[in-house]
Design a protein around this ligand. Sequence first.
Ligand code: ASP
Ligand code: MG
Length: 418
Amino acid sequence: MTSIEFEPVPAIDADAPKPEPGTVVMKFGGTSVGDTEKLKDVARRLVVAREAGNRVVGVLSAMGHTTDELLDLARQISQRPHPRELDMLVSVGERISCALAAMAIFDLGHDAISLTGSQAGIVTDTVHGKAKIVEVRARRIHEALNQGKIVLVAGFQGVSTAFEVTTLGRGGTDLTAAALAAALGADACEIYTDVQGVYTADPRIVPSARKLHAVSYDEMLEMAASGAKVLQLRSVEFARNHGVKLHVRSTFSDADGTWITEEDERMLEKAMISGVTHTLEETLYRVDGVAAARLFAALAEAQVNVDTIVQTSAQIVFSAPVEDRVDAAAVLDGLGVSWSASDELGKVSVVGAGMKSHPGVAATTFSTLGELGIEPQVVTTSPIKIACHVGREDVERAVAALHEAFQLHRPEAMRADP
Ligand code: ASP
Ligand code: MG
């Protein structure tokens, strides 16, 4: 397997035309294309952008829960489906959306073409299930755009350097969109979704949560890594590395959403905390009797994405995404170490660029949790984040209390222009 460490700048073929101004990349998530009526609405939105004179690239997710259903089919057949075949299977969902959207666009009197990731020139490494993009060969997209076509690209997939179909990990359509925006020199990457933008907390838990006008790449990275489901983590990393502005906004309205860009004073001064994020599905592994070097080398070899790591004397505690559970267990069993995993935890994180220059965030966080009688099991920090693993049943009240303690319901928290 060839795996690479980073997603490099997508190269545009030397003989391809130079990027034109007014190229827009518009990504639509699963709920936005949830049924055929919604797909027709998406087609209309793409046509409106085209009629405004733009070169339009639509990047679509699979309809509704299609990807989950395909994964479920595979699991009914096999405990550990063959990785190549699994990618052949799950990449189909996005193709369905794109072909249907193209048909709808024809009926609206415009020209369109749907492309698989491979046809769109998304070249990846050979790691099935979480391939990294190596290059974008955008010539075919440019040709179609030059012919006035609306181009629909199946998200979440590419073709490997070994000519196999690969997928980019759950939520990977965001990454496809960010990579195409970079490769095509688009002004921004519009991420259309079923919420209005990025919020100071999950509005289902905190009704007074506010939509943020602007979030820095680093803040969004921390938020995506700690439970904000609105953007795939790797897409944010890619956008930051390539200076692609992301605009997360609602499919169902024309309102401005949240801009993810370079840090500016607004983010540092308006409110020191941008948001409180959470997850309910943390798996924390406790491992005894293995050297850290050996353990993490084996996990890396198995492509397990380790997040939090805490080492106390002989015990190592780490977390990894739930979807890596089977692989992590196989690695730990293979090492012959004694280990346990607890699934009954969640994580609450306070994120904000302003934390760098305002002391006292940790004090407020711990005193707020303390007043609720919550004692975090593991605490991890970065310059702009404090994350606490707490019991799953305590997560929601911790989120609400921290949102209140940092006064994120106030208008300043929005970071809108004055
Ligand atoms: N359909 C894929 C998933 O559900 C990719 C995406 O929607 O971004 O993960
Ligand atoms: Mg998504």
